[in-house]
Design a binder for this molecule. Sequence first.
Ligand code: FES
Length: 581
Amino acid sequence: MSHSDKRKKPEELRSHRWYGVKDLRSFGHRSRTAQMGYHRSDYAGKPVIAIINTWSDINPCHSHFKQRVEEVKRGIWQAGGFPVEMPAMSLSEPFQKPTTMLYRNLLAMETEELLRSYPADGCVLMGGCDKTTPALIMGAVSMDLPTIFVPAGPMLRGNWNGNTLGSGSDTWKYWAELRAGNITEEDWQGVEDGIARSPGHCMTMGTASTMTGAVEALGLCLSGASSIPAPDSRHAQMASLTGKRIVEMVWEDLKPSDLLTAASYDNAVRTVLALSGSTNSVVHLIAMARRSGFNLDLDRFDHLARTTPVLANLRPAGKYLMEDFYYAGGLRAMLVQLGDLLDTTQRTVDGRTLGENIAGARIFNEDVIRPRAQALIERDGLAVLRGNLAPDGAVIKPPAMEERLQVHTGRAVVFKDYNDMAARIDDPDLDVDADSVIVLQNAGPQGAPGMPEWGQLPIPQKLLKQGVRDMVRISDARMSGTSYGACVLHVAPEAYVGGPLALVRDGDRIALDVPGRRLELLIPEAELAERRAAWQAPPPRFERGYGVLYLKHIGQADTGCDFDFLQTETRAAAAGEPEIH
Ligand code: FES
């Protein structure tokens, strides 16, 4: 039976239990809705659509959401629904310390609990700044009401002195030039003023663009939505159309569990790879897939990477920015090129298949979106490394590193934590050369805590001055998707829980072999065992509040850093509808 055959009746709506029945509690719900100025004809028998809005005064990537939410509401009203905006925690990547990743699962919980505890029949999720996207999807997938995501859209290209600037990537680049003495303080201020000049998320292929693209490939937003720049009028149109569509989805009872499959997650992984997307997406997609009941793992990423070309010529791996990508045809045009690598029979929120949605999408600039025959890179947009230094895996992004470092052995220079690194990295007496391997310990999910984006470890100033711009760097941290370099990330298990990374000492030799997918600490096993026996767990990072909950339940990077009690196996027991009588 198709979804349109089993259209819901008004009295079958979940919200009917709040508004539609005749009892004392529903009197309260109706009288309090009247208090807000709504007549019963505004909502009676209509789908209640929760709009989970992550707008905040401190989130520049979502500064247009105050306006966009009105456009979503307009669509909902027009389609005969009742919009209810619900603000949720805004994870603002530039401001939240120590890292938004610490709070991804908190927003996921908030999303799920808002939807569960209030009379929502369906939801529109408004996000885009890095962790907001996976958090909102994880929560909504767990609640499994009809759901559409509104991607914030990328900001416009940065501009300074006639140069195009890309979020993050050009920050690191010009910071290195400033430290090397190649640009002035005045130049640096010009970069500061020009690099972010409109609402919207980072416009390089960072985590935001990667994750919103992945969500589109999963079929959870309107087709084409993720590429539209935030200030473009077509973004506002998309918001309104989303509002219209979600009302229909409620009547059709079309839920994430009807759309998400192992194949749609493979489509999302392929999309990330073809975009040369952020390594952060590995952690997020694994967490999202597991919430959906699919055991996506690191090996699946590596397997799909071996046959997926990089087609998007976007910084940091390539040349252009998201605005160019949109004008060149956007994600739909790129997906057409992936062709048989995708399962185009997967269904999407608009009721059509992925294949139907992308049919006929054309490329308008073949340098920005490469046709399959002219791929930017043939394969390996991402590689998963294993070895005695990362028994549960580590991740590296080969297109973002200097080729000569792909197979490299060097002496370790070890920092026991971030503060140790900050204090000593630029010390002129630091025993380091261009062939050294820089190691940062205790920067993982529990150790940092929150697995911050510290993985692009700085190159020592004295080497920068010698012209060195890339070195092998290893940590259990993540790296911003806008960063680049030979950075081995997400080493699991992390140092803080006693993973082998904790046992590395200055002078140890470390071998990296990206084509061979190996990461080895070249010391005898007996010596390693001795160090392991002597290792002592560092003290807990939190003594109160959310942090205690976090440390108790957070998983390692290779399993998506979700909380153990939120994974799908435990969802059925933990979920359930609220008592409203
Ligand atoms: Fe929000 Fe980069 S700071 S997406």
